[in-house]
Design a protein around this ligand. Structure first.
Ligand code: FAD
Length: 395
């Protein structure tokens, strides 16, 4: 049986980021990291690095700067310098400007495929052994760690296993880890669109009675669209021609970006809030979507996971205990509980309030007032802005 100090299951955005966070210290201490992933970036489809783009918060940018990756990522990163939050049927919008927060940008929008490419290329293969085209089939605990069985029947023993295999984690299920699930009964339709006007770094979050719409600025005056709809409505929209889809989008989004000119291929994702009820066990950590999966409306899932990843790496680096020590892993989780709770509640509540027709009708006037007061009362607007930047409490 092969032996590894640390095995990361899943080389998606989160698994690869953890390897990067740890590789310098691992090399210094002669530790070996193994990253196991069923796909390679060049193998066409890789779930983590698909057609999506991610809004990378200012807080995440600071992490990538410390990892020395930002100078690569920035080549294809479009800064968000202005955020407008509005509700269909209400003339008032919250306007947030990066200058008012004294930062160059609230965040940056980057293609997932580019983030993936930069991450994988930055890994030092003398210390991080990437094993592609391989899937983990099962995990068996033993006193000093886990035995990992691969799909080719090879076995690896590891002192610490990090499970970063995404939201539909079979291994989590095998381990009997209960997952709290709150389905939204909604589908996210994503696509790249070309707006009529120059986006000038503006991002839009628009709440409609049918569900929220996010439009984020991308390079070359493209925008990343995330349109959330109930299941039946999403199926109808997905079946429309590009022209008819753009007409409906225009109606829901309004003319704030001019007339949409072009739309790329549409993809869809079912939306569900998932929270694993255990994130650490002796010799085991759950990270990324395996630990928690959020509604993408507020663009927080990856940013939150990156903060978890950074905190886990720092805890492991500072600990003098053996890798996999349960007390150390618990202290990592304790340091992350408040931020996780706050971000999960923020994105869940905002989604539920503004995607529920009953609630929105009742809350409509209140929301109009709410938006107005956010512009009038700077501390609340400032708080909202900090959440969007990934710079809320506990960071
Ligand atoms: C439409 C949409 C838009 C989003 N926009 C944003 C945004 O703007 N900002 C933001 O912060 N977040 C956003 N998110 C959330 C973000 O995409 C996720 O938080 C992030 O992708 C989670 O990464 P992950 O590595 O945990 O999981 P994944 O991306 O699912 O990666 C898991 C990896 O594990 C591998 N794997 C699976 N099973 C096994 C196995 N048995 N053995 C080995 N490997 C395995 C998979 O191949 C995959 O590479 C969005 C999500 C959606 C759906």
């Amino acid at each position: 049986m092969q032996q590894s100090d640390l095995v990361i299951i899943g080389g998606g955005l989160v698994g690869a980021s953890l390897a990067l966070c740890l590789q310098y210290n691992a090399k210094h201490h002669g530790c070996q990291i193994r990253l196991i992933e069923p796909y390679t970036i060049t193998s066409g489809y890789q779930p983590s690095y698909d057609a999506r783009s991610s809004a990378i918060s200012y807080g995440s940018k600071l992490i990538y700067e410390q990892l020395g990756l930002w100078n690569l990522l920035v080549e294809k990163a479009e800064p968000i310098t202005h955020i407008q939050v509005s509700e269909q049927g209400h003339g008032i919008a919250i306007e947030m400007d990066a200058k008012e927060e004294a930062v160059p940008a609230f965040g940056y929008v980057i293609d997932n495929s580019w983030i993936g490419k930069c991450l994988i290329e930055a890994l030092d293969n003398t210390v991080v052994h990437c094993q592609y085209n391989t899937e983990v089939r099962s995990l068996t605990p033993y006193a000093e760690g886990y035995e990992i069985t691969l799909d080719n029947d090879d076995k690896i023993a590891a002192d610490l296993v990090v499970l970063a295999e995404g939201g539909r984690s079979d291994i989590r299920q095998q381990l009997g880890i209960y997952v709290k699930q709150r389905p939204y009964g909604q589908i996210a339709i994503i696509a790249n669109v070309t707006p009529g006007y120059r986006h000038l770094g503006r991002a839009f979050e628009r709440f409609t009675t049918q569900g929220p719409i996010a439009l984020l600025p991308l390079k070359d005056n493209h925008c990343a669209l995330v349109l959330t709809r109930e299941q039946n409505e999403a199926s109808r929209l997905l079946a429309l021609t590009d022209e008819l889809f753009m007409e409906e989008l225009q109606q829901a989004f309004g003319n704030r970006m001019g007339t949409f000119k072009k739309i790329g291929k549409r993809y869809s994702y079912p939306l569900i809030l998932t929270e694993s009820q255990e994130q650490v066990r002796p010799h085991l950590v759950l990270l990324g979507n395996t630990a928690h999966g959020l509604h993408p409306v507020a663009g927080q899932g990856y940013n939150l996971s990156l903060r978890d990843t950074w905190a886990l790496a720092q805890t492991l680096i500072k600990s003098s205990k053996p890798l996999g020590d349960f007390v150390t892993l618990q202290s990592y989780l304790k340091s992350r509980t408040l931020d996780q709770k706050r971000v999960i509640e923020f994105s869940d509540q905002i989604t539920r309030l503004f995607s529920n027709k009953q609630a929105i009708l009742k809350a409509g006037r209140f929301f109009g007032l709410g938006l107005a007061s956010m512009n009038i009362i700077p501390p609340f607007k400032h708080w909202f802005t900090l959440q969007a930047m990934g710079l809320g409490v506990n960071q």
